[in-house]
Structures are given as C-alpha cells and as structure tokens.
Design a protein around this ligand. Structure first.
Ligand SMILES: [Zn+2]
Length: 457
C-alpha cells in the first residue's frame, strides 16, 4: 500500500528508483501478478491422418472446428514468468516437448520447470510429432504430411508462448472449483465388477484485468476427448466447451487443461450433438465458478520439474518377439517388429522410462501438479487426498504423453489401461508394480521443495 503523506523515506525511495533507472538497472516490479494470453490456430491445412483411434482407414476430410495452441503466461511480483500451453492435440511426445522447451528457453529464458505443455487428447485432431507412434502405420506420403504439420506446429506453439509473454500486464488471479458429471469410469464398460472412481472436479483459474474484466480462464476436467470419431477435424467436447466460454465472455481466452482422464470417457458418445452437449455442461460448470466467490491466488510462483525413472516389467526376449511376428493381430506384429529394430539399434530394450513430474505452487494458495502420460483417476484422487482437495489441481497429459499410467490397482486389474495399450505406444511392456509409489513420492518431493514457508507468527 502507498501512503500519500510526504515522508523522508518516500523521497529516498523515489531517489533510489530514479538512480537505478539512470544506471540502467531494472526497476523493481509492481506488486502482484502480471498475465498475458495468446491463441494461435493449429488447424491442419491439408488432409492428414487423424490421431487417437486405430480404426480409422483414411485421412481427414474436413474441418468442423479450428484447433488451437493457447498460452497463458503468469509473472509473480518477483518478476519471474511461467507459461502453460493448452493444445488441441491427442498427445505430445518427449522429443517435441523438449524441442519446444529448449527454444522457449533460448528465446525467453523460460526454464523447463516454468513451462507446461498440456494436451486435450482430442481424438479428432491430427497425428503430430517427431516420432510417429506405432498405432499409425503410415505410408511415406502420409508421413510427409505429418512432418510438414509438425514443423509448423512447433513454430506456432512457440508463437503462442512468445505472444503470451509479450502481452504481460497487471492482472488479478483467482481460483475456484465446480463439479460436472461428464466423466464415467470406462473400465466398467468391459467389466461391470470394477470399481468406478471418477474425478468430476472442475478447477478454474480466472485471470482478470485490474478492473475485473475476464481476460483468460483455464478450466480443468478429467475425461477422454472421444465423443467424436468421424473424419472432421475438431477439438471434441473440450474444444466445444472452450468455444462456448469464449463466446459468453467476449475478449477472454479459454484454455482447457486436461486432468487424469485415462480411464474416463464421456458416455454416451459418438454424435456431434453429444459432444456439443458435454461442451455446454463444462462451460456451464465453469460459468458457475466464475460467477461465484473465487479465492485470490497469491505468489510467489515456485516451480519444479524433474524426470523420475519408472520401471517396466521384465521385457520380452528376442525369441518371444520373433514368435509375435506371426501373431494374428497386426498391431502385435507391428509392435514386435519395432521392438526387434530397437534391440538391433540399441542392443537391448529399455527397463525404465524418464517420467516427467512438475509442480507449480502459487504461494500457499494453489498447487498445480502436472504429470506425463495418460494418467488414471486414482492419481488425481490420491494426490488431492495427500495435498488438499481444495487447493490441488492435478493434470495428466502434460509434457510427454508416453503411455497410459496405471495406478497399482489398475495395473493389477490389467486390461487396456493396465498394460494392453503399451503396444500402441511402442513400449516394451507393462509398467512394474512400483510405478504409482515412485510417481507419488516424486510429487511429494517436488511439493516440499516448492513450498513457501509459513509466515512467522
Ligand atoms: Zn487415451
């Protein structure tokens, strides 16, 4: 707070500030947050193979809705910036995330811990990336399209990051949570006896200008973006939800932050009407939070990013892989072929994977935990239980969508999210039993390291 009464100390501060400016030193930043947001279209400009479903037999045939890279930059009153990028893509692999992060650091000094790359997991977007997943057996022409798209995509993500940082301006940052009943635990579709945990929380981060007008809003939810499955490019229900929010709040940009959606689907699904309906439901839930009482988010913003080695089970032998080359399932044959190539290239299959864990702590008011991979809901529920349901936001699908990330329970139950899906990601086999504990412990470690000490009493 400033005091208007002239005072010797005030004069001294004015003098010092003037002297600092005269010598070219940075002037002290104004207290409070600055925020900036940018929205860049990443819609493919030519027919391209679509991501997510292995059953598609031809490239895209049109565009129902544009896809976006949306970046939100936040700067605390110590002048340190961080950027979260929300992408209408099915995934992002380590190689592409690393390329974006390295360039963002070179251009803007943004360190790896201060950049989150989160994907909506839309199954109506393009195949993209520097490494094409084994799920897509593309011919040379189709690969060239994906390569062209990826080159442009990386440039556009960086454009969004730069744009958001260039827009930094004083802002109020607020947090609140609602609920929306979109997610159904999809493992129960195949096995009715499974438990059906879901996370139906709707975390909302609102960015307002000093006068209170909404400039940006980040909205989280945990369910697969699989309501649509045709050949028209679109953002699926999260894309429709964000469009709905932006329409209701002219001048504001809405970012979808995917949660722990691995074992959740919006059900029923498969029609545009249902996809738009789920979009309306999420938008209405976010609107309720925005109109209600939200909690001011305080700084400083403390960030940490690390990879932790998560184990695979003992990999298949060369003899086992040779046998799988005769399997009736083409995906199993293709997977075996790729693993054999990997053995020939590197001498052995990997026994662990460097799994990305990231924590952003906003003072003592909010923890954003971002995890790699398609994370099952057990992580979200457990981490909120351990770190506080009211102020913890858990987002999977961040920084490297390397595979499904089962909890110990899902791993033991087996099925698609428990291990069968690993072939589509080209991994040697299911994760080892310690995967959940290793990730949860690394989160606790990073939370400890980013915790701001309580003010002395
Ligand atoms: Zn998925």
């Amino acid at each position: 707070m400033f005091v208007n009464t002239p005072h010797p100390l005030t004069c001294l501060l004015v003098f010092l500030a003037g002297a600092a400016a005269a010598f070219g030193a940075a002037t002290p930043p104004a207290p409070g947050w600055k925020a900036g947001v940018a929205k860049v279209v990443i819609t493919p400009t030519e027919p391209i193979w679509m991501a997510g479903f292995g059953s598609r037999t031809k490239p895209s045939e049109g565009v129902r809705q544009d896809l976006y890279a949306k970046a939100l930059a936040l700067q605390d009153d110590a002048g340190r910036s961080a950027v979260i990028v929300a992408l209408d893509l099915v995934g992002i692999e380590r190689e592409m995330a690393d390329a974006v992060a390295a360039e963002a650091q070179r251009r803007h000094g943004l360190t790896r811990d201060r950049l989150v790359l989160n994907v909506s997991h839309t199954h109506s977007g393009p195949v993209a990336g520097l490494v094409v997943m084994p799920l897509y057996d593309l011919n040379a022409e189709q690969r060239a399209v994906v390569q062209r798209y990826t080159t442009g995509l990386i440039a556009r993500i960086l454009e969004a990051i730069g744009g958001a940082l260039a827009q930094l301006a004083p802002a109020r940052v607020e947090f609140g949570q609602g609920l929306a009943g979109i997610a159904v635990n999809r493992r129960r579709v195949r096995n009715r006896s499974y438990p059906g945990p879901v996370d139906q929380d709707v975390p909302v981060l609102a960015i307002r200008d000093p006068a209170g007008a909404l400039r940006a809003v980040a909205v989280g939810y945990s369910a697969h973006a699989t309501a649509m499955s045709d050949y028209q490019i679109n953002g699926d229900w999260p894309g429709f939800a964000m469009a709905e929010i932006e329409q209701a709040n002219p001048g504001a940009t809405a970012l979808f932050v995917n949660g722990c959606s691995a074992d959740a689907n919006p059900l029923p699904r498969r029609t545009e009407e249902l996809a738009r309906g789920y979009g309306k439901i999420l938008a209405a839930a976010a609107d309720e939070v925005l109109r209600g009482r939200m909690t001011p988010v305080t700084g400083p913003l403390q960030t940490a990013f690390e990879t932790v080695e998560v184990p695979f089970r003992t990999p298949p032998t060369r003899a086992e892989l040779d046998q799988r080359l005769q399997d009736r399932n083409p995906f199993i044959r293709l997977h075996a072929k790729r693993l054999i190539e990997e053995i020939e290239r590197k001498g052995a299959l990997p026994t662990t994977y460097p799994y990305p864990v990231q924590v952003w702590q906003f003072g003592r008011s909010l923890k954003l935990i971002t995890l790699g991979g398609e994370v099952v809901v057990d992580y979200s529920l457990r981490l909120k239980q351990e770190h506080g349901f009211d102020h913890t936001w858990v987002a999977g699908y961040s920084n490297d969508v390397l595979a499904y990330i089962p909890s110990r329970r899902v791993l033991m139950e087996g099925g698609y999210e428990g291990g069968e899906s690993m072939i589509y990601f080209g991994r040697p086999g299911p994760f080892g039993a310690a995967v959940e504990e290793i990730i949860v412990e690394k989160v606790a470690d990073l939370v400890r390291r980013t915790t701001v000490a309580a003010p002395a009493k």
